[in-house]
Design a protein around this ligand. Structure first.
Ligand code: TYC
Length: 102
């Protein structure tokens, strides 16, 4: 005869998985960077398609800034420095920043 006694664990541990804090990458408008250069950076660094990069560039142009992507702190900071490096190399004042999402 099989033993039907259920062996229940004395304690049940709830898995505590911390969600990583998310950061948004912002694109800032300026008066000097050509629109085509902004679109190029969005395509190359953020792997955005032609329509999305055009839309994000135009939003920053009209509103002053635009969220490009929301991701982990690590990725956000890497993307910002890659984008800023391209701008610096080209001698343009184009600005990207990363900040924690509320
Ligand atoms: N305002 C720039 C121009 O008129 C274009 C531009 C758009 C620059 C978006 C930065 O984030 C930016 N040439």
């Amino acid at each position: 005869m099989a033993n039907e006694t259920e062996l229940a664990p004395k304690t049940v541990t709830k898995p505590k998985v911390e969600r990583p804090k998310l950061y948004k990458v912002l694109l800032h408008n300026d008066d000097y960077t050509p629109r085509e250069f902004v679109v190029l950076v969005l395509k190359v660094v953020f792997r955005m398609g032609p329509e999305a990069s055009q839309r994000v560039m135009m939003t920053a142009h009209k509103m002053g800034s635009c969220v490009v992507v929301v991701c982990t702190k690590d990725i956000a900071e890497t993307k910002v420095s890659e984008a800023m490096d391209l701008a610096k190399e080209a001698g343009l004042p184009l600005m990207f920043t990363a900040e924690p999402e509320e």
